[in-house]
Ligand binder design. Sequence first.
Ligand SMILES: Cc1cc2nc3c(=O)[nH]c(=O)nc-3n(C[C@H](O)[C@H](O)[C@H](O)COP(=O)(O)O)c2cc1C
Length: 202
Amino acid sequence: MELHDCLRLRRDTRHFLAEAVPEAALDKAFAAAHHAPSVGLSEPWRFVRVLSADKRAALYQNYCTAAENGDKSSLSPERRALLKSLKLEAIKDAPELIGVFCERPIAGSYTIGVQGTQDALVWSCVCAVQNFWLSLTAQGYSAGWVTILDLSLLSNLLGTSPAWEPLGLLCVGRPADHYGGIPMLEQVGWKTRSAKPVVVQV
Ligand SMILES: Cc1cc2nc3c(=O)[nH]c(=O)nc-3n(C[C@H](O)[C@H](O)[C@H](O)COP(=O)(O)O)c2cc1C
């Protein structure tokens, strides 16, 4: 697939077919993630592949509680009803579930580029996730990024080190729906994508 087609066609996917993702496809996507740029060559991305059915069930419960608890006071009753109708994750049915984390460097170690902000480590992980997502798209698979979670509970459930900052959960598989080639939130009338990025000249 041509790069710009891949960029255009990548979707956040919440509807998956039941078929397994081949190991070779996953390996390729992880390798793509590892090609990402990272501040000071820190490579801070960490992935946790969830194989346990019990953990999957607990992660789904985590999502349900977080979705229920979110403050919706700014929404009209109509928007609240629309929001409630949306499928915003595929934790129960995605063939693969992958936790994403950012490992903070050991205290006292020096990383080029984080003197302005330590957030550059998380930005590096986001670059890796995007590479992972694009690689899946190019291979006919997709991902959905779920952040409607109690992230500290995500760490507890997956048993990760306190040095690993949780960035969410990726639901991965073969898409059952391409949402007409536009973001699902646009397709359902939640929000319309803007035509162009904001670029100013100074
Ligand atoms: C950091 C991040 C977190 C996201 N978290 C969620 C989420 O919890 N649930 C969800 O349905 N979509 C989530 N999304 C997906 C966005 O809603 C989606 O990217 C956006 O609507 C544009 O659609 P597209 O990715 O198909 O272009 C997240 C996306 C990003 C980048």
